[in-house]
Design a protein around this ligand. Structure first.
Ligand code: NDP
Length: 332
């Protein structure tokens, strides 16, 4: 099996030199085990956190071990009745072409017509579910709410904006890093407005765009300047789902915080952080609602597909720089 391993911990932006490709001989299958040929592997921002030797909600990657994470593929050899050959599965064995282990470590997934399995890494998987959880369980989205989503053209953000609309938000504004992404989000994804944060300070742009009506919910994927901008325009009893802070993941300097945290008090705002680890019980509810939305054409969905396990590292770094629209996956 060809596998990608982390060999040193990046300082600032990760470099290809931090990784190596290894060929590993797989042992024969034991009773109860399956072998899976991966079709897609996931590259995610949280993996940058795991490259640090720090205690967090997921343990750090060990050096000289294969990068683990979400992947989808098909069983090619089976010694388990639970997962016969050919079954499409989701698992966490990560950046490798072949994965092997106990059948319990693989979850069978339902293949949708004319749809690649990669949707289970994106809209029907962890990132879509994160968007849903943040809106419904953390921000307590209500009908009529006005919503701001940062990182709107990414996997979580593009799902969050659309789910907000499907659940009754009256107005959804997003931010993204290019005019092309902004145009796509308004024309195809149903956002009411999208700001290119590279055009001018997001704080000025957002205040002008939302005007007196402000916003009731902020879905934060970016942190820093975007959180500051949101705190300026949140209405009384506004709610913030603190999901991620990608603007800070590769920074080597101490990040500066918002200067308007006082608004949290003045306006009785609610900001709540969350990690999906505490919310996996949402899976059934989410999968049934999103499968319905997705298959009935109520959800726009794009992914950025990079070909070849050899390009997994570049795909990961490029994703952090914004080369992706929607979920970034690597096709094996
Ligand atoms: P995305 O698909 O959104 O990819 C990352 C995007 O971040 C890039 O496409 C880029 O788009 C944007 N970006 C990079 N740097 C900056 C910056 N300085 N300012 C603004 N935008 C920037 O990744 P995901 O959807 O997988 O993740 C989105 C967020 O959700 C992350 O913060 C992640 O950590 C978080 N997350 C949290 C989870 C939880 O359980 N709490 C679970 C999953 C994700 P652009 O061109 O617009 O700059």
């Amino acid at each position: 099996s060809t596998q990608i391993q982390l060999v040193s911990r990046p300082e600032g932006w990760p470099e290809p030199e931090n990784f190596r490709t290894e060929t590993v001989e797989l042992p024969e299958l034991q009773d109860g085990q399956v072998r899976v040929r991966n079709e897609f592997i996931s590259v995610d921002p949280y993996m940058r956190g795991r490259m640090r030797d720090e205690k967090s909600y997921v343990p750090p990657f060990a050096l000289n071990e294969t990068m683990t994470g979400g992947a989808v593929g098909r069983v090619v050899e089976s010694r388990s009745e639970k997962l016969p050959e050919g079954t499409p599965v989701l698992h966490q064995y990560g950046w490798r072409d072949l994965a092997q282990g106990a059948a319990d470590e693989f979850t069978a997934i339902q293949e949708l017509p004319d749809t690649p399995l990669s949707v289970y890494l994106g809209i029907l998987g962890m990132t879509g579910m994160t968007a849903y959880t943040g809106l419904t369980r953390i921000a307590g989205l209500k009908e009529g709410d006005r919503v701001f989503v940062s990182g709107a053209a990414g996997a979580v953000g593009s799902a969050a904006g659309q789910i907000a609309k499907l659940l009754g938000a009256s107005y959804v504004i997003g931010s993204a890093g290019s005019d092309e992404k902004a145009r796509m989000l308004t024309e195809k994804y149903g956002f009411d407005a999208v700001l290119n944060y590279k055009d001018a300070p997001i704080r000025e742009q957002l205040a002008k765009a939302v005007g007196e009506d402000g916003v009731d919910v902020y879905y934060d994927n970016v942190g820093g300047d975007h959180l500051e901008a949101a705190l300026d325009v949140l209405n009384r009893h506004g709610r913030v789902a603190v999901c991620g802070a990608i603007s800070q993941y590769n920074s080597t300097e101490r990040p500066c915080g918002p200067d308007n945290m006082g608004n949290i008090i003045k306006n009785s705002l609610m900001l709540e952080g969350f990690t999906m680890g505490d919310h996996w019980d949402v899976t059934q509810e989410y999968t049934s609602r999103m499968t319905e939305w997705f298959t009935s054409g109520k959800i726009a969905y794009d992914e950025t597909v990079v070909e070849g396990l050899d390009h997994a590292v570049d795909a990961f770094i490029d994703m952090m720089k914004g080369a992706n629209t929607g979920k970034m996956v690597v096709k094996i």
